[in-house]
Design a protein around this ligand. Structure first.
Ligand code: SF4
Length: 363
């Protein structure tokens, strides 16, 4: 099926976080943040590996003290995904993180002490080709700006971010990306829209403190979807209260739904209705579970009846449409198998999925 296309993407300069290019014509990069204690090397490594396996392309780690810096050096040696050190206030930790081999810093230069501290961080980051993300949240806007704008408005957040940017630009440092997040979807969108017109740095987009799985998914999808649909956003994070691995599925589905990037199969399944005559919910869940580690891009349709089902199932690379205890399996529009008995639908369809994948992999 032909898909409508989005308007042109905002032009931004390109930066590199390790081997991942961000901005320009590069694909929108998916990232997240570990929620383990960085000082717990084993737990943090395990979470980084899980995130990377689920499609996370950059992982951010909180660096709270010298022990975390030492752990960072150990972690850096043992994973290949680019790592960003998230540091508040203490420029010495930023210097340590650069020494530890980190690929990016998330630090606001206006919060790290006097000008010598900023000089030192910029010198270290420049020498190591480590970019800096400036990250402003509605809660971190300076008091003076809150007074001037009457609160953490989008304008106040943009001014705050650009104030930090100026401290880097004054030192001829331009390896910058910016985030400017609010827990309000509308303020987040307004802030990024404004920021997009005020600079050409790549933008890391997200709705902060979005909430638990359903609420956070909806808020992130609406906020990030609006921005990406306008061509704003070079890297993104879906923030959920919970396991950050869950953020990956949401992030990749947002990108897929906008036709920007795809990873793994698209599973089209009908909502079920009074016509459904097979255990469609169970079948769809089993298919999703079976394919959760598959990264190839293809379409699977799981449909509940012979009214609308065969149409969707035919459009898909592989699909099943159910009816009166019968499942009809299609591949590229051709009926390849009919399965009788509800109990046989799951095993037979999973078998056909495996056959489809192994044939595709050997092509
Ligand atoms: Fe109902 Fe069939 Fe549509 Fe599924 S495909 S919602 S069973 S009409």
């Amino acid at each position: 099926m032909e898909q409508a296309v989005l308007p042109a993407r905002r032009r931004s300069r390109v930066i590199r976080v390790g081997n991942v290019a961000i901005g320009g014509d590069n694909p929108v990069v998916v990232q997240s943040m570990a929620n383990t204690d960085t000082r717990d090397v084993a737990a943090t490594l395990a979470q980084i590996e899980s995130l990377a396996a689920a499609g996370c392309e950059i992982v951010r780690l909180a660096v709270l003290d010298d022990d975390a810096v030492r752990a960072l050096a150990e972690i850096r040696k043992r994973v290949s995904v680019p790592l960003v050190a998230d540091i508040h206030f203490d420029h010495r930790l930023a210097l340590g993180a650069v020494d530890a081999g980190v690929d990016g810093l998330r630090i606001n230069p206006g919060n790290i002490g006097d000008e010598h501290a900023v000089d030192a961080v910029v010198r270290a980051a420049s020498a190591a080709c480590v970019p800096i993300r400036i990250g402003v949240n509605s809660g971190s806007v300076e008091k003076g700006l809150l007074r001037r704008f009457g609160g953490p408005t989008p304008e106040a957040m943009v001014e705050s971010a650009l104030g930090h940017v100026r401290l880097l630009e004054e030192r001829d440092f331009h390896d910058i990306k910016i985030s400017i997040k609010s827990s309000s979807v509308l303020n987040t969108v307004a802030a990024y829209r404004l920021l997009a017109t005020r600079c050409d740095y790549p933008l890391h987009i997200g709705v902060t403190e979005a909430g638990t799985l359903i609420r956070g998914t909806v808020k992130s999808s609406v906020g990030l979807g609006l921005l990406l649909a306008e061509g704003i956003g070079d890297t993104m994070r879906v923030s959920l209260t919970g396991d950050p691995v869950d953020e990956m599925g949401v992030a990749w589905e947002i990108l897929r739904s906008l036709g920007l990037r795809a990873r793994g199969p698209e599973i089209v399944s009908c909502p079920t209705c009074g016509r459904t005559e097979i255990d469609l919910v169970g079948l769809a869940q089993e298919v999703e579970r079976h394919l959760r580690h598959v990264t190839e891009v293809f379409t699977v349709a799981v449909m509940g009846c012979v009214v609308n089902g065969p149409g969707e199932a035919r459009e898909a690379d592989i699909g099943i449409a159910g009816g009166r205890g019968l499942g009809i399996i299609f591949r590229k529009g051709e009926v390849i198998r009919k399965v009788r008995g509800n109990e046989n639908l799951v095993p037979v369809f999973l078998e056909e999925l495996d056959r489809f994948l192994s044939e595709r992999r050997s092509e």
